[in-house]
Design a binder for this molecule. Structure first.
Ligand code: C2O
Ligand code: CU
Ligand code: CU
Length: 524
C-alpha cells in the first residue's frame, strides 16, 4: 500500500468544519453537531487547538472516543508482516467496554454503545491522504454522516457528536472520501459499531462470549504477504475488485473454539464487491435473527443466506447437540453472480467444550414500528432510480455520476415524507460487446433504514435468480439492498429528524468510487 511515512506534523493540526450550507432543522441544530477546530491548515505545524463543539447541554456526551486512522505493520500471515491502514482508538470518557479491540486483526475496534447515548468521536486522520469516517446504517445528522465533502487531510481531526437513536443491531464504520473508499477499505479500514438496547437485552439472547462478530472480506495477497489492490481494466469496472483469498475478522482459515451452546453470529460483508452465499456445511438451515437495522420481528429460516457488500445479517445457532471434538463449518456456496463460482470454507467452529443448556431463540423477537406503503406520498409512482452504464463504462444512477455538492431536482425529498423508491437494473448498459451485460448493485441509502417492498425479477436470468433467490432476506429493516441484473426492487423510506445532504449509492466500492453515487437532499 502507499506507505508514505514522511508527512508532516500529523497529530496537531485540526480543521474547522463550518456547518454545510443547508437548512438545518431545529432538531439537527440541537442534536447534530460538528466540531472540529479552527481554520484549514494545509501545511505546517500548529499548536493543538481545542475543537469547538456545540455547547447545548443535550449534547453532553455519555461516552467519548478517539479514533485514529493510521498505518500499521502486522504479523497477519506466516512469514513477512503486512502493511495495513487501520483504525485504532480508545474510550476517553465513559465505560471502557464501549470499545473492544479485535486482537491481532487489522480491523478497527468494535464499538458497543447503548441506544439513547450521546457519543462524541474525535477522528484523527494520521494517513498521508484525506479520509472521513461514515457510520454505516446509523441515523445521524448530515454533519456526522461522513459525506465525502467533509473529508479531512492527514493531520486533521473531525469531531462527531450524535445521539444513538437506532435500534440495537450490527452497524459498521468505514472511510468515505470520494474516489478512495475502495482502496482505503481494502487496506484495512473498517470496523463494527454495535448498538445495544433494553428491548434486546430482555430477550436473553446469546451475549458476551456467545456473541461473535464475523466480518467477511476478500483480498489478493502477494508473495510477500502484502494486500494487492489493483483495480482498473474492464473486468474490475464491471464486477468490482474480487480477491482470491477469504479473510474472516482479518484472518485466513478462520477457526473458532466454541462450547455446545447457542451463539449469535454477526455477519458483515465488508468486501468491496464479493457477494457471499452463506450456508452450514451439513445442510442445517440458517436461522436469521437480525438484518442491517436490528432484530427481525420473528426469526427467518433459510437454506442459505445471501450477504451483499455492506449488508449485515445476524445468525442464531445452537451447537447444543454437537459432539465434543466435532467441526461445524460455515461455507460459501457457489452462485451465478460475479466471482461466485467457488465453494469454500468461511469459518470452522470446533466444538471444544461442554456448555450449559441455552434458552431457545424466542419466536417473537421484536415489534417493528408500522408505517406502510399506504402512508407513502407516492404509493403508485415510485421515485425511480435507473441503474445503467454510461460513457467510459461507468455505472450511473439516472444517467448521472457523483457530484460533490449537487442534487438534481428529482433528488430532493421532504422531511417526514414516506416514499417508495425503485431501483431499476433492467436497462442493460453499454454498446457493442458490452451490450446486454449488467451486474448486481447492492444499493445503499445513507441516514435511514428502509423496508423492502417488492422485487420484480421477471427479467433476471433464471440461473442467476435460482442460485440466490432462496437466500434473500427481505424482512426487517435494511440500509442496503441487492439489486440483481434485470431486477427492479422497491423500498419504502422515511426521512426523519434531520434535513440536509445525504448519499445513496452502490456499495460495490469500485462502482461507488467510479461515480455510482449521488446526493439526495432532505428539505424542511
Ligand atoms: Cu457503507 Cu456510503 O456507505
Ligand atoms: Cu452508509
Ligand atoms: Cu454497483
Amino acid at each position: 500500500m502507499n506507505a508514505n511515512k514522511n508527512y508532516k506534523c500529523y497529530n496537531n493540526k485540526k480543521k474547522e468544519l463550518s456547518p454545510p450550507m443547508e437548512n438545518i432543522s431545529r432538531r439537527t441544530f440541537l442534536k447534530g453537531v460538528l466540531a472540529g477546530s479552527t481554520a484549514l491548515f494545509i501545511n505546517g505545524c500548529f499548536p493543538n487547538l481545542l475543537p469547538k463543539t456545540q455547547t447545548d447541554p443535550e449534547l453532553t456526551p455519555n461516552v467519548e472516543f478517539v479514533i485514529r486512522s493510521q498505518e500499521g505493520i502486522l504479523p497477519l500471515f506466516a512469514g513477512k508482516e503486512t502493511v495495513v491502514w487501520r483504525y485504532k482508538g480508545e474510550v476517553t470518557k465513559g465505560d471502557p467496554v464501549a470499545l473492544a479491540a479485535l486482537d491481532g486483526s487489522y480491523l478497527g475496534p468494535i464499538f458497543h454503545v447503548e441506544r439513547g447515548q450521546i457519543v462524541r468521536i474525535h477522528y484523527q486522520n494520521q494517513l498521508p491522504e484525506s479520509s472521513i469516517i461514515h457510520w454505516h446504517g446509523l441515523h445521524v445528522p448530515p454533519e456526522a454522516d461522513g459525506h465525502p465533502r467533509l473529508a479531512i487531510d492527514g493531520g486533521e481531526t473531525y469531531v462527531y457528536t450524535f445521539e444513538v437513536t437506532d435500534r440495537a443491531g450490527t452497524y459498521w464504520y468505514h472511510p468515505h472520501p470520494h474516489g478512495r473508499t475502495a482502496k482505503q477499505v481494502m487496506a484495512g479500514m473498517a470496523g463494527l459499531f454495535i448498538v445495544h438496547d433494553d428491548e434486546e437485552r430482555a430477550l436473553g439472547l446469546p451475549a458476551g462470549q456467545n456473541d461473535l462478530p464475523l466480518v467477511l472480506q476478500d483480498r489478493v495477497i502477494d508473495r510477500s504477504n502484502q494486500f494487492v489492490y489493483a483495480p482498473g481494466g474492464m473486468m474490475h469496472q464491471m464486477t468490482g475488485f474480487l480477491g482470491n483469498q477469504i479473510l474472516v475478522n482479518g484472518f485466513l482459515d478462520y477457526q473458532l473454539s466454541v462450547r455446545t451452546e447457542a451463539y449469535r453470529l454477526r455477519l458483515l460483508n465488508g468486501s468491496n464487491a464479493r457477494i457471499y452465499k452463506v450456508a452450514w456445511d451439513d445442510g442445517t438451515p440458517i436461522t436469521v435473527m437480525a438484518t442491517d437495522g436490528g432484530l427481525l420481528e420473528t426469526p427467518v429460516v433459510k437454506p442459505y443466506v445471501v450477504v451483499a457488500p455492506g449488508q449485515r445479517l445476524d445468525i442464531w445457532v445452537d451447537f447444543g447437540g454437537e459432539p465434543i471434538g466435532s467441526l461445524k463449518k460455515l461455507v460459501n456456496l457457489g452462485h451465478e453472480a460475479p466471482g461466485g463460482t467457488h465453494t469454500f470454507d468461511l469459518v470452522r467452529f470446533r466444538l471444544a467444550e461442554q456448555g450449559k443448556l441455552y434458552p431457545l431463540l424466542p419466536e417473537k423477537l421484536s415489534t417493528h414500528e408500522k408505517f406502510s406503503v399506504d402512508d407513502a406520498v407516492n404509493t403508485n409512482q415510485p421515485r425511480l432510480f435507473t441503474l445503467a452504464m454510461g460513457r467510459g463504462m461507468r455505472f450511473t444512477i439516472n444517467g448521472r455520476v457523483f457530484q460533490m455538492n449537487q442534487t438534481a431536482p428529482d433528488e430532493s425529498v421532504r422531511l417526514n415524507d414516506i416514499e417508495v423508491w425503485e431501483f431499476d437494473n433492467t436497462v442493460f448498459g453499454g454498446m457493442g460487446m458490452m451490450g446486454g451485460m449488467s451486474v448486481p448493485h447492492p444499493m445503499h441509502i445513507h441516514g435511514l433504514q428502509f423496508r423492502i417492498l417488492s422485487r420484480d425479477q421477471s427479467r433476471v436470468d433464471r440461473w442467476l435468480w435460482n442460485s440466490l433467490a432462496d437466500g434473500l432476506i427481505d424482512d426487517g429493516w435494511h440500509d442496503t439492498v441487492l439489486v440483481l441484473p434485470g431486477e427492479r426492487v422497491r423500498v419504502l423510506v422515511k426521512f426523519e429528524d434531520y434535513t440536509g445532504l445525504y448519499l445513496y449509492h452502490c456499495h460495490n466500492l469500485e462502482h461507488e468510487d467510479m461515480g455510482m453515487m449521488r446526493n439526495y437532499r432532505i428539505t424542511a
